[in-house]
Design a protein around this ligand. Structure first.
Ligand code: ATP
Length: 290
């Protein structure tokens, strides 16, 4: 930001914030959906002032053209207001699960229900605006920090945005600073923190966290997480995590392997059981103490 690029040097790619938010879905979906589905404009609008409960009902999913199922008969009930961690080796299907929850892809068999409504019937904008989705691939547009934060919702004040920036340790950013397309002038950690700030500003009470601070230093990451979990105290949280630390506070840990849920329980239960989670924990310990 020190060498902020003058606005005139770039075409104005900034779009209406709602339109841009909707694009976050349609960009991925346009390849996957039939014409009939694309024509489907509006669906069920969920009340985003309350935390949402989720039922993943025997969901099986293959990426288009792939033989191997990324999710196999996944069955999981997530009560409103609960905190769930999803862990498992790389490629086990953790991120895919979140993509299906956000309707980026559709289950081949089974369905996902949010507050009792099939996700396939829920209006995309309602789903997007009601979810604090902090996924690995964050989206930024050419425009100011303010404009990028305004994707979180209507009527946000500068003070609210500055407060959110302070919570993610970006208090030195100005709301007038310019962000390049895809956040090209930000570091990986700055992009992640700006995305978390945007999540904090959203009204929704479903948090989908897919390693949102993996490029942030450990101390700052801990402070951000402490704040996130305080904010999310009564909200539904699904946290995808590679690291197996700090999971004692979760209501439940889901262990995935090759697209299947292989173990569920609290941290204490899974450690006592000495199964997959326990083994992963031993490996993590041996790697970090080496
Ligand atoms: P990681 O911990 O590395 O992020 P993950 O547990 O989140 O992994 P997924 O990204 O959900 O795993 O991937 C599950 C499976 O689906 C993997 O076999 C992966 O190669 C495959 N996969 C993921 N994205 C795609 C895609 N866009 N097209 C085809 N296959 C994919």
């Amino acid at each position: 930001f020190e060498n902020a690029v003058p606005m005139a040097a770039f075409p104005n790619h900034y779009e209406d914030s709602r339109h841009a938010a909707a694009r976050l879905f349609s960009a991925v979906e346009s390849d996957e959906k039939s014409e009939g589905e694309q024509a489907e404009q509006k669906g069920v609008i969920l009340d985003r002032s309350e935390p949402w409960g989720i039922l993943i009902d025997h969901v099986t999913f293959n990426y288009p053209g792939e033989d191997r199922a990324a999710l196999k008969d996944v069955q999981l009930a997530i009560p409103a207001g609960s905190k769930t961690a999803v862990v498992g080796p790389s490629g086990s299907g953790k991120s895919t699960l979140l993509q299906l929850l956000l309707k980026v892809y559709r289950a081949d068999t089974g369905n996902i229900h949010i507050n009792g409504r099939p996700v396939t019937e829920i209006d995309e904008e309602s789903l997007w605006m009601g979810t604090k989705a902090l996924l690995q691939d964050q989206h930024f547009f050419y425009g100011t920090v303010r404009e990028n934060l305004q994707l979180a919702g209507d009527g946000l004040t500068d003070d609210q945005m500055k407060e959110a920036l302070a919570h993610v340790h970006l208090a030195d950013f100005s709301l007038d600073d310019q962000v390049l397309e895809k956040g090209g002038n930000l570091s990986g950690g700055e992009k992640q923190r700006l995305a978390v700030a945007r999540g904090l500003l959203k009204e929704g009470r479903l948090w989908l966290l897919d390693e949102p601070t993996s490029s942030v230093d450990v101390l700052t990451e801990k402070k951000i997480y402490d704040h996130l979990f305080k904010e999310a105290e009564n909200d539904t949280v699904i946290l995808v995590s590679h690291r197996l630390t700090g999971l004692e506070q979760m209501d439940r840990i889901i262990v995935m392997e090759q697209g299947k849920i292989v173990e569920t329980g609290t941290y204490e239960e899974l450690m006592a059981k000495q199964g997959y989670f326990y083994e992963m924990k031993q490996i993590e310990k041996s790697v970090f103490s080496a």
